[in-house]
Write a protein that binds this ligand. Structure first.
Ligand code: FAD
Length: 260
């Protein structure tokens, strides 16, 4: 597939980019452009944010601010990101295709796309993550994923709360470059468990009943609930029932791992 557009526009400010975006429903923000290329859609104007300093990771005492244009590779190799969640967040993102691909794909494009198979979203969902948009809007990642319909705005950054914790990420895939058949991502922080399951084939969600059971210490029951409480579907390479079996196994393994 190829990426087709009549114009390419370098925005001079976020407001400039947003005005251009609103000008025509066939205008779109371009980040890494990889997904846009794959879908083969054509656009009137592609809006480039590369002059707006959105490719930086800034760290303060309590938070990590990750600009929308930070590449997956810069994200996963950043020393502060590597410390998060016992390394599981960095590892989860490193499971996306290969390093050359991750040098182009961005955090903003990955989150804004709300892709059901996303390892990036699954890796981040068990953490305390805020999604920031222009014009001024702020959502938890979970809220952002639940917005119905098209999101109006430009994703500017995500803010990750720095917390000590242990983590686990597992992507079940047929070959190393494939999309996940299911991905399981767990964090234990402040003595609480957070369990996300993605690629069901629906976008990652937190398994809230399973999290309560895990906090009580019944990991087998938590794994059973994670496989029950979320929606699972058949797809051409994996059945719903097999997905649920995989979730039961890997949630249990993950909970044992973060409690070692
Ligand atoms: C062949 C292929 C295989 C893949 N495999 C995996 C995988 O195994 N695991 C995984 O997690 N991901 C996978 N991905 C997804 C990939 O990791 C990226 O998430 C995806 O390419 C989007 O990132 P991008 O920077 O290329 O965004 P783009 O393609 O540039 O943009 C994606 C969408 O988001 C919009 N957008 C981008 N940035 C912003 C912004 N800042 N504000 C508002 N809108 C914005 C664009 O208009 C577009 O609609 C795959 C993608 C491809 C093409």
């Amino acid at each position: 597939m190829s990426l087709r557009a009549n114009n390419y526009y370098k925005a001079t400010s976020l407001d400039d980019a947003y005005q251009k975006l609103k000008d025509n429903p066939k205008n779109a923000i371009i980040a890494g452009g990889l997904w846009m290329k794959k879908t083969g859609l054509s656009y009137e104007t592609l809006i480039d944010l590369s002059e707006l300093h959105l490719n930086e990771i800034k760290v303060n005492k309590d938070e990590i601010h990750v600009g929308a244009l930070v590449t997956l590779r810069d994200f996963e190799t950043n020393p502060e990101i590597k410390k998060l969640n016992g390394g599981a967040t960095s590892f989860g993102v490193s499971e996306v295709v290969g390093p050359a691909f991750r040098n182009t794909a961005t955090i903003g494009g990955s989150i804004f796309g709300r892709f059901p198979f996303s390892d990036v979203i699954a890796s981040l969902l068990p953490l305390d993550v805020t999604v920031k948009l222009y014009p001024e809007q702020s959502y938890s990642l979970e809220e952002f994923l639940n917005i119905k319909g098209k999101v109006d705005g430009i994703l500017t950054e995500i803010v990750i709360k720095k917390e000590e914790g242990k983590g686990y990420f597992h992507k079940v895939k047929a070959t190393s470059l494939d999309f996940a058949m299911v991905n399981i991502s767990i964090s234990k922080r402040n003595n609480k468990h957070y369990i996300a399951v993605g690629s069901r084939p629906l976008v990652a969600s937190l398994a809230r009943k399973a999290m309560i059971e895990a906090d009580k210490g019944d990991f087998k029951e938590a794994a059973r609930l994670a496989a029950e409480e979320l929606s699972y579907l058949d797809s051409n390479n994996i059945s719903k029932a097999y997905r649920q079996d995989l979730v039961k196994v890997y949630v249990l393994r993950g909970l044992e791992e973060v409690n070692k």
